[in-house]
Design a protein around this ligand. Structure first.
Ligand code: THU
Length: 129
């Protein structure tokens, strides 16, 4: 897996973060089967609960564009180690690719490669009847 284009796209998307309330900027770059990369940043709102995470915007953009075949995602945010995606984003991604390769990266270039299944070990599933 060549993470370079995804890492750069995530860091670039992070620069477009709208996060005046938390001042915590996040960027995401999601690669789909066609080779397209869907990017997004977090978008906050003065009504805080309306805030949209970067990963969920990227996932929704890909799906709305007709791409359900998620290949890999890079997420850029500060933190040592780089910040983990929230549970809502993990469940959103798990809907489409439970074992998705994930690269977490910060602006210092520190990075960590994981699987979605490492971050979300027991995703929600409808109970088998
Ligand atoms: N945020 C994301 O964009 N992705 C996550 O996985 C966790 C949190 C955003 C939401 C909010 O704008 C800021 O980070 C602080 O929570």
């Amino acid at each position: 897996m060549d993470w370079q284009p995804l890492a750069e796209a995530a860091l670039d998307a992070r620069r477009r973060s709208y996060s005046p309330y938390s001042r915590f900027a996040v960027g995401a770059a999601l690669l789909v089967g066609s080779g397209e990369i869907f990017t997004a940043s977090n978008v906050e709102n003065r009504s805080y609960g309306l805030t949209l995470c970067a990963e969920r915007i990227a996932a929704a953009s890909a799906v709305a564009g007709g791409h359900l075949d998620f290949v890999a995602i890079a997420v850029a945010a500060e933190g040592h180690p780089p910040a983990r995606p929230c549970g809502m984003c993990l469940d959103t991604l798990a809907e489409f690719a439970p074992d998705l390769p994930v690269l977490l990266i910060n602006t210092a270039g520190e990075h960590e490669e994981l699987r979605l299944s490492d971050l979300l070990t027991q995703p929600f599933r409808f109970p088998v009847q």
